[in-house]
Design a binder for this molecule. Structure first.
Ligand code: AMP
Length: 249
């Protein structure tokens, strides 16, 4: 069973980002970039399936600028077997990525496709769902547990007030939630080994996909600053202010 995992290079979650002065987007110049945390979980899960003898090959794919190859090398160091870089300098929106992944699936014929539930930069939470729809495949999103039994995927997912268990027959699409696993620490020997693993670069044109953006960003703004709080001397004053100034009591 071949597993295809989609990984996105995003601003490192520990970096505090700022908005460009012209309001056209977030300033990512000289900012540390990392693999999207949900995608790291996706790679870890795929590698565990291989280690358990359930998957035969783990292929990782990333779409974007040349630097995404660094992210792919990290995925190879976690344990993926080979990587595919779909090279594009364009602003790749979820629909374009879903179309690219669909075209790649037609070529690679994976049984299972694993994506993060969302990319922490755009928070779109769309690509996995769009891919499943375009490929006419079943999907189980926000997986917090994944089992494969007799060619069937069984996924547990957290929902309001409890958990839900879904099952589908392969092939299909799964997106990962935070509780699915804890990704392993990437060791230096594995980083060295990853440098020798195959990494192929292709272009959207090779896959016959038009990646023209469909959605236009009109403006990006910082959240409004909160005004400073005040200190009150005692509970009676607090209650008085909540009642007469804030009018919440
Ligand atoms: P999104 O729909 O943008 O929130 O992204 C959801 C998931 O789609 C991510 O966690 C990745 O697994 C995948 N994805 C999004 N953009 C890319 C990309 N440029 N390259 C590879 N995978 C991507």
């Amino acid at each position: 069973m071949r597993v295809l995992v989609a990984v996105k290079r995003v601003i490192d979650p520990n970096v505090k980002v700022g908005v460009k002065s012209d309001g056209s987007g977030v300033d990512i110049g000289n900012v540390k970039m990392s693999m999207n945390p949900f995608d790291e979980i996706a790679v870890e899960e795929a590698v565990r399936l291989k280690e358990a003898g359930l998957a035969t090959e783990v292929v990782v794919v990333s779409c974007g600028v040349p630097q995404v190859q660094e992210t792919l090398r990290t995925a190879l160091a976690i344990g993926a077997d080979r990587a595919i870089h779909i090279a594009s300098e364009a602003d790749l929106q979820p629909l374009a990525v879903a179309k690219l992944l669909k075209a790649l699936m037609d070529k690679e014929q994976p049984s299972l496709i694993v994506l993060g539930k969302q990319a922490i930069d755009d928070d779109s939470n769309q690509t996995g769902q769009m891919l499943a729809a375009l490929a006419n495949l079943p999907q189980a999103t926000f997986a917090s547990k994944l089992l494969i039994v007799d060619g069937k995927v069984i996924v547990s997912r957290e929902i309001d007030g409890g958990s839900e268990t879904l099952s589908f027959s392969l092939p299909g699409v799964v997106t990962t939630d935070l509780r699915l696993n804890e990704p392993r620490y990437v060791t230096l020997p594995n980083i060295m080994k990853a440098k020798k693993k195959p990494l192929e670069t292709i272009k959207p044109d090779d896959l016959g996909v038009d990646v023209t953006p469909r959605v236009k960003t009109l403006k990006v703004a910082e959240p409004a600053r909160r005004s400073a709080g005040i200190k009150v001397p005692d509970v009676a004053t607090l209650v008085e202010k909540l009642r007469n100034e804030a009018r919440v009591l």
